[in-house]
Design a protein around this ligand. Structure first.
Ligand code: GRF
Length: 255
C-alpha cells in the first residue's frame, strides 16, 4: 500500500497541518470497500428513529409484567434513572416466583408482586388479579417485558392502546415461541425485535418501533440473542416514551 504525506507549511515556515492520504491502489480499494461494508454492518437500524426520546409530562406510571431474566425491566429502570424516560414504575408483576426479574426489583427497590398462574384454575382468574393490581396502583401504561403468558381480552380491553409487548423478531415474521430459532431455521439474514400494541391474536398488534439485526454466518442462537437483546434494551424505552406521549396528548385533547 502506498502512502502520501501532505505537509502544509505556513509562510513563516511552521508546519501546521499534516494529512495522510492513501493512494487508491487495488489493495487500497479493497481496504476501503471492506471498511465500508463492515461499518455499514455495524449500524443496526432502528425505525422509526427520532433523534431524541419523545418529551411528555407529567411522569407516566408504568406497570411491568415479566417472567424471566428481567434485562428489559432493568433497562427501563436505567432509562428512568438517566432521565431519558419520564416515568415511574408503580409495580413489577411476575407470574414465576423463581424469575430473576424479582432480584432486579429488589436491587433497584421497585415494588413487586408475585401472582403465580399455577395458583389459579383459569387464565381469566389470573388475569383479573393482575388487572386488579394494575388498577389499584393507577397504572397508566402496561409493559410486557418478557411476560411468557398470553393475556386475555379483559386486560387487552381494559388497557386499550396502553398495553405493549416486546418480541424478538421483525414482526410479522416469526410470531410466537422461540422466534430467534425460527429465524435461524428459515436462514433469513436479517432479523431483529419489535415493540407492538397487544391485541387478541398473539404478536399481531400494530407496530410501534422495530430494530433490525443482521444474522452472521457464525452466529449461534446465543450470540444472536445477545445482539437482539442489546437492541431490545434501546427500543423498549423509546417505545414507552412514544406511547406515553400519545397517552398524554389524548388526555389533553379530551379536556
Ligand atoms: C426478550 O427477548 C423479549 O423479546 C421476549 O422475552 C425476552 C425477555 O428477556 N418477549 P428479559 O427477561 O427482559 O431479559
Amino acid at each position: 500500500m502506498s502512502l502520501y504525506l501532505d505537509i502544509v507549511i505556513s509562510s513563516k515556515g511552521n508546519i501546521f497541518s499534516v494529512h495522510n492520504n492513501y493512494l487508491m491502489t487495488q489493495d487500497n480499494r479493497e481496504y476501503m470497500e471492506d471498511k465500508l461494508y463492515n461499518d455499514l454492518n455495524e449500524q443496526y437500524l432502528i425505525s422509526p428513529l427520532d433523534s431524541e426520546s419523545p418529551i411528555f409530562s407529567p411522569k407516566i406510571r408504568l406497570g411491568i409484567l415479566a417472567s424471566g431474566n428481567g434485562s428489559n425491566f432493568e433497562y427501563i429502570i436505567k432509562s428512568i434513572q438517566s432521565k431519558q424516560l419520564n416515568a415511574e414504575i408503580s409495580i413489577l408483576i411476575v407470574n414465576n416466583p423463581n424469575c430473576l426479574a424479582i432480584k432486579k426489583a429488589i436491587k433497584y427497590k421497585i415494588p413487586y408482586v408475585i401472582i403465580n398462574h399455577r395458583d389459579f384454575n383459569s387464565r381469566l382468574k389470573h388475569d383479573i388479579l393482575v388487572m386488579k393490581k394494575l388498577d389499584e396502583l393507577s397504572v397508566e401504561l402496561v409493559v410486557m417485558a418478557g411476560w411468557m403468558r398470553i393475556v386475555g381480552e379483559e386486560i387487552i380491553n381494559r388497557f386499550k392502546k396502553r398495553l405493549i409487548n416486546i418480541h424478538p423478531s421483525l414482526l410479522p415474521s416469526f410470531k410466537g415461541v422461540d422466534a430467534i430459532q425460527q429465524a435461524i431455521d428459515k436462514r433469513v439474514t436479517i432479523t431483529g425485535c419489535t415493540v407492538h400494541y397487544v391485541q387478541k391474536e398473539v404478536d399481531s398488534g400494530s407496530i410501534i418501533i422495530q430494530a433490525a439485526v443482521p444474522i452472521k454466518e457464525q452466529d449461534s442462537k446465543e450470540t444472536l440473542k445477545k445482539r437482539i437483546q442489546t437492541m431490545e434494551h434501546k427500543i423498549l424505552p423509546l417505545a414507552i416514551a412514544k406511547v406515553a406521549k400519545d397517552i398524554r396528548s389524548n388526555i389533553k385533547d379530551k379536556k
